[in-house]
Design a protein around this ligand. Structure first.
Ligand SMILES: [Zn+2]
Length: 156
């Protein structure tokens, strides 16, 4: 055990846990003679517990996706606020054409863009969906064949 002697303050390679006048201290070898040695494995007094390793939980795989009809929602809200597509574009720092494409749902906003829109317009256009697990993908028409699996893998 390495550290500083709690009695004389010297950095030492080996510390000895001792009881001096009722309190448990870690001391260097010479200071340890002042007290009574206690075994290191004895539990330390309350409140001085070492940090425990946090339990590691795997987060469920979720993704945010624009809700169906987000384009209409966006347009309605924009009109409510009395903004033109151009004005809204300026507000969210996007081109007018981006706003137009979003309203027509000809463009799927990235999560960041959607969140920006939500913030500026005070609407929700994202919903939480569970991520498709890998391997649950099936081409239309039934079971995967080994050939399909190979094709899918090559695509990546
Ligand atoms: Zn010492």
């Amino acid at each position: 055990m390495e550290g500083e002697c709690e009695v004389c303050g010297r950095p030492v390679r080996r510390l000895v846990q001792v009881t001096i006048e009722g309190s448990v201290v870690k001391a260097c070898f010479s200071c340890s003679k002042l007290g009574t040695r206690v075994p290191m494995h004895k539990p330390r007094p309350r409140g001085t517990r070492g940090f425990r390793r946090k339990a590691h939980f795997k987060k469920p795989e979720i993704v945010l996706e624009p809700i169906p009809g987000y384009g209409d929602l966006l347009r309605e809200r924009r009109e409510e606020l009395g903004l033109t597509q151009e004005e809204l574009g300026k507000r969210i720092n996007e081109k007018t054409s981006v706003v137009a494409r979003l309203e027509a749902e000809r463009m799927t906003p990235s999560e960041a863009l959607a969140k920006k829109i939500e913030r500026h317009l005070g609407i929700r256009i994202l919903e939480v969906v569970e991520e498709q697990k890998e391997g649950s993908y099936r081409p239309s028409g039934g079971e995967l064949t080994l050939g399909d699996v190979v094709k899918i893998k090559r695509k990546r």
